[in-house]
Structure formats: structure tokens, C-alpha cells
Design a protein around this ligand. Structure first.
Ligand code: SF4
Length: 172
């Protein structure tokens, strides 16, 4: 005889399982534009071995990635490229802003450098430092994993009506 489970219980358990799988198999999209990129490369090398956290499969095709890592300063001319890559990544997706340049513009307080990528796209985790050490980037991945598990994904924004999502703001 089949035992019926309440739908809510099933969805909750399934959400936990899917979130656990997703958080342990993040595929990063590296967007490294400056010196922080070297630390990003070091994070993937054998000494720090980000594979221990399931995030070693760096891909250069946005359609295969679900984690954007912006490492380094982003100039205004580059922002449309970054936005396009972000839009080409399938949902659900997350973003780490690595270093003070990506997060705030850093010391480059000038008209040509974006003063924080979160003015133009969503950011989930900010990594401080100039440059941040690989351990900091690994910590940010751990923090993001906790966020993914906590928030769940099955009932998250991936099932939102795409027409209701706010498109990225265009540069003037
Ligand atoms: S935060 Fe520092 S290390 Fe990173 S891109 Fe800016 S200047 Fe370079």
C-alpha cells in the first residue's frame, strides 16, 4: 500500500537535496581583469585546491557556469561585456565580487572605472582585500554554499516569471 506524503514535506526534502547538490558542484565563470585574477588562478592551483569544495570546474562558456567570479577592476567599456556574459548564464546563478576594485572601484576613483559592479548586476558575496588571498576566496565560496543551502533553489528565483525580472541597467 502506498503511503502518501504531504506535498510540502516532499518539496522541502527535495529542495534540500537539490540545494546540497548545487552548492557542492559550483562551476565558476572567471571574469579576471586585473591583478586579483592571479589570486583567482592560485585558488584553482594545487596548493589551495578549490576542488575540495567542488568548485574547480572553471568554464569559459557562460552557458555551462552558475558562479560568476569578478576578479579585478571593471572599466566602463567592459561593463556591457560582463552584463552580457551574466545574462547568458542560466538560472540559478550566483556572483562573487573579488577584491575592493570589483566591489567599490578601489583606489581607482575615476570616471572610467565602475565604482562597484553591484551598481549594474546582483552580487551575492563580497571578498575584501587588495588582493584577497586564496583563503579568502575559498571562505567566500563556503559562505555562498551556506547561503545556497539556506535559501534553497527549487522555490527560488529560477521559477520567477522572467518578464518580471528587472533587466540590467544600460550604460549611458
Ligand atoms: S583589488 Fe588590488 S589586487 Fe585586486 S585588481 Fe584591485 S588593485 Fe589589483
Amino acid at each position: 500500500m502506498a503511503v502518501g506524503l504531504p506535498r510540502g514535506v516532499l518539496a522541502t526534502r527535495l529542495d534540500e537535496l537539490v540545494s546540497w547538490c548545487r552548492k557542492n558542484s559550483l562551476w565558476p565563470m572567471p571574469f579576471a581583469t586585473a591583478c586579483c585574477g592571479i589570486e583567482l588562478m592560485a585558488t584553482g592551483a594545487s596548493r589551495h585546491d578549490v576542488a575540495r569544495f567542488g568548485a574547480e570546474v572553471f568554464r569559459f562558456s557562460p552557458r555551462q557556469c552558475d558562479l560568476m567570479i569578478v576578479a579585478g577592476r571593471v572599466v566602463m567599456k567592459m561593463m556591457p561585456v560582463l552584463q552580457r556574459i551574466w545574462l547568458q548564464m542560466p538560472e540559478p546563478k550566483w556572483c562573487i565580487s573579488m577584491g575592493v576594485c570589483a566591489s567599490t572601484g578601489g583606489v581607482f576613483d575615476t570616471y572610467s572605472v565602475v565604482q562597484g559592479i553591484d551598481r549594474f548586476m546582483p552580487v551575492d558575496v563580497y571578498v575584501p582585500g587588495c588582493p584577497p588571498r586564496p583563503e579568502q576566496l575559498i571562505q567566500s565560496i563556503i559562505d555562498l554554499q551556506e547561503k545556497i543551502q539556506r535559501e534553497g533553489t527549487l522555490r527560488g528565483r529560477e521559477f520567477d516569471d522572467p518578464r518580471r525580472q528587472e533587466p540590467p541597467r544600460a550604460l549611458r
